[in-house]
Design a protein around this ligand. Sequence first.
Ligand SMILES: [Fe+2]
Ligand SMILES: [Fe+2]
Length: 593
Amino acid sequence: MEIKTGFKKRDILRHFLSAGINITPKALSILASKSLSNNDLGELIRKVSYLPDFKLHLTESILNQTEFLSNPASNSEHPPIETSKENNQDQSDLEEEFPEYSVEPNFEVKSKNSNNDITSATELAEDLIESELFVPEPQHPSNEDIIRELKTSNSSKSSGGMSRFKPIAKDYAEQIEILQDPNTNLYTTGSIDDFIAQFRDRFERLSEILLQNPEVKNVIPINEAKSLHSSGTVNIIGMVTDKSPSRGGHAIKFSLDDQTEEIDVVVRNDDRNVKTYESMIYLVKDEVVFVSGFLKVDMSYGSRVLFANKIIWPDIPMGNKTHIPSCPVSFALLSDLHIGSDNFLENVFTRFTRYLNGEIGTERDQEEAGKIKYVIVCGDLVDGIGIYADQVNELEITDIYKQYEKAAELFSKIPDYVKIIYIPGNHEPVRKAIPHPAVPSKYCKSFLDLGVTSLGDPSMIELHGIQFLLYHGDGIIDMNNNIPGLLSNKPTHTMKEFLRCRHLSPTFGKEHTEKAPTAIDWLVVDQIPHVFHTGHMHINDLGHYRNVLLVNSGCFQAQTKFMKSLGINPTPGKVPIISEKYGKLDTITLTLM
Ligand SMILES: [Fe+2]
Ligand SMILES: [Fe+2]
């Protein structure tokens, strides 16, 4: 049984800061006056995160909405969060409650003077310092501060050479836990039964995620909704099977299927439904969503149509917490080296291994280099053979075995205490359809002999308490094609959409990406990662989404003719390095050219 402590203000503040939530002085005082446990605070963060109006500012009013204070210990499994409008049967009065896509944890959101009731965490900390209740701590970096460039000097041994290089990562044993690896179950016959099994698995797992959201309640099966004889409010969960705009553009129509039956859903473009209508650009085929709306029954035609006023994706809760490594090590994220290609930038990669060995850069560079305990390679390590037409004309090494031997030669320069983790991409000698199996050892034995942990794509691993979702990113281009506004040079925007629908390539059919109909849908994102790492786009791009760090790691290959034809300008020689700074995960971009 957990002991209730009655936290001090600074402890409560720390809890909310770590979840990216600001708190008003009044709300802080109220909470400090209660005897609350760690579980109570965690439950409160979970509850407020699901409130539709919650914008990461915890006020007394928000506290009252949760009913948390009246019964903090109950921590009800499915807390009732009723709104007066929710049960109103008149569709016109139902408000859109779709969580805003653009809301990001931000620790300096509002000026103290702009609203007396809302104080940023930073200002509150200052107030607490003044009142001697708060011991000063380093402030969290703003989102703008997260990306800092570190240009390594060309001069070798600028701070005294190898003798001064004392890598701290050497003092810590590796800690690798493989949480999910599709390599364990990838068999498929490609039959229709396999497709059905995969879609059933996807539907059930995404439905479970949706049902954890307190707003998702009173859900009925679609066959039950379609047997109703009178119009009224109905809540359903289903998979999107079709989507099209109405003539004239006044509504979007789509169909939902929950394995019991299918129903037509209409989202009207009117004044009371603006946000829901606007959110429709993010809805793509084969996603699983919750829909609440007004069921219009026309018995004369026997038809039933659901006019939606609320759509909820599985998504990441806004109060999702970040995490820091259990020891002061850091992680270098790579992808898309394309060893074997005549565009592979070997001299740039050699600079990276020299950096890891403390051979270049300033004394501070060496200190940072010495923290790197893991090098993660997120696919396209080699260029492969026969991946696209006339590839042979752009290959310097035309033998796949020799490409891996070259990789082994280059990676053997990485210090022994640094652990290498590797998943394949679309250039590796594995099947084209995702999920990709791990590269068979017959191709890459010399590389694996370096002690490499080789996994399938996508995989989920935990390193010193930090969970990494590793996905080469084959589905990025399809998602960009399906959602207006997503661009090849901003892959982290696409990664947000994967997290919104909790799936790494939702749409099946005539898409660019081939998908294997395995019985388990390995592309469902069950567990929320701390770091989501992709590659494939050859663009170094960093971002955040609800405390998940998003990294598209870039490349070590110059622009190919194929990329030029697609208008992609790669950003080679930039390596994101992740470590803990001020209680959060921080990224430094190491610029090698
Ligand atoms: Fe690539
Ligand atoms: Fe790729």
